[in-house]
Design a protein around this ligand. Structure first.
Ligand code: FMN
Ligand code: COI
Length: 392
């Protein structure tokens, strides 16, 4: 037996910055220490009382796993396809605005991180790098998220640029006809620093984002000016006729909307509450997932996002019928702490945890993961820690 050494037990990562973060939550702790508190709040926060924000995590914790044993799990295959294209893992990056708030390089660093794992990236309309710059830095699959703006010619031009730059799908966000009240941002008078702008839009559409005032968020004011709150299913048909790229709707939470989308030929859905940032009180995305999956034909692929922080969360979402999950905030935490390498470490951790969870539940391939894996516990979700308030 080895003699005990006099080395101290490793400190909890939260105890000192010198400790390498292990989990996405460790990255949250380290990112929080690095970031301007108003930027932290913009990223971490939700709308209203943040009921849905907390609910996203609680939904995962209510499910427990029913492992099978004595299965050959010496190799677990994580690969799958998304819209017909192979990806190495069922974990992608959710669209998020302004990555340069946390890293000087921004979206091009994020997409390099995803490329290292051959994972999907969805880049935001409100990216702080142009969609062309991001495409040039990408080696994995890339989709563009679109906010439909009042001026249709701006949307049309973004569609054409996405086609020319090699994007493989358009993700239309449908849960934000206006931006919900996010009280952290209102209190902080949140605004963009002068060196960051929505790089995909011209000057005519970027005014007013940089001068803050207490009690207001310039992002919310900007969204009110430019998001088209009159966009409807009829207009979606217009978008459908505009491009041959596959369309994916993000922010669908009901079977009715899912069916209507599939009837219009939409190829994919992202079940999402926008990470608890839009309708407060909305059902958790994980809880809406089964009804959405049941409502659409297999050809319409269903993804889910919100609150995915562990490999076992990915497993639970796949067991409820998701083709893949998207991860938002953890990627920004990794980016804030270590740039592209930090974001890559966060994704790698989630991938490795998923492989471990598949091995320990006796599910060596994605197609062996089904609802029999889950037990919905009658217990309440575990008590939330203060960090869980920020979905860390
Ligand atoms: C800082 C931030 C910015 C976001 N910006 C966008 C956006 O531009 N477009 C969009 O469709 N969703 C946006 N979202 C929502 C994410 O795509 C995603 O739905 C959510 O973050 C997933 O939850 P998670 O952060 O718990 O993983 C944003 C989320 C955050 C945290
Ligand atoms: C600029 C915002 C509209 C981006 C967004 O969707 C968000 O902050 O949740």
């Amino acid at each position: 037996m080895n003699a005990p050494t006099d080395r101290a037990a490793p400190a909890h990562p939260a105890d000192g910055p010198e400790q390498e973060p292990l989990s996405p939550r460790d990255y949250a702790t380290a990112a929080r220490a690095e970031l301007d508190p108003a930027v932290w709040d913009y990223i971490a926060g939700g709308s209203g009382d943040e009921v849905t924000l907390r609910g996203e995590r609680a939904a995962y914790d209510r499910y427990r796993l029913r492992p099978r044993t004595l299965v050959d799990v010496s190799y677990c295959e994580l690969g799958t396809t998304l819209l017909g294209r192979p990806v190495a893992l069922p974990i992608g990056i959710a669209p998020m605005a302004y990555h340069r708030l946390v890293d000087a390089e921004g979206e091009t660093a994020t997409v390099r991180a995803a490329g290292a794992l051959d994972a999907l990236t969805i880049t935001s309309t409100f990216a702080s790098r142009t969609l062309e710059e991001t495409a040039r830095a990408a080696s994995g699959p890339l989709w563009l998220q679109l906010y439909v703006l009042r001026e249709r010619k701006v949307t049309e031009s973004l569609v054409r640029r996405a086609e020319a730059a090699g994007y493989r799908a358009l993700v239309i966000t449908v849960d934000a006809p206006r931006m919900a009240r996010r009280e952290r941002d209102l209190r902080n008078g949140f605004h963009l620093p002068s060196h960051i702008r929505p790089a995909n839009l011209d000057d005519e559409h970027t005014g007013g984002l940089h001068t803050g005032r207490a009690g207001g968020s310039t992002l919310a004011a900007h969204a009110d000016r430019h998001h088209d709150a009159a966009f409807t299913w009829q207009d979606l048909a217009w978008l459908r006729s505009l491009t041959g790229l596959p369309l994916v709707l993000k922010g669908v939470l009901t079977a009715q909307d899912a069916r209507q989308a599939a009837d219009l030929g939409v190829e994919g859905l992202i079940v999402s509450t926008h990470g608890g940032r839009q309708l407060d009180g909305a059902i958790a995305a994980l809880d809406a997932l089964p009804e959405v999956v049941a409502a659409v034909p297999d050809a319409c692929e269903v993804l889910v996002d919100g609150g995915v922080r562990r490999g076992t969360d990915v497993l639970k979402a796949l067991a409820l019928g998701a083709r893949a999950v998207l991860v938002g905030r953890p990627v920004l935490w990794g980016l804030a702490v270590g740039g592209a390498a930090g974001a890559e470490r966060v994704l790698t951790t989630l991938r490795d945890e998923l492989a471990e969870a598949m091995a320990l539940t006796g599910r060596p391939r994605i197609d062996t993961i089904g609802p029999d894996l889950l037990h919905r516990s009658p217990d309440p979700a575990y008590p939330l820690t203060p960090d869980d308030r920020d979905m860390a």
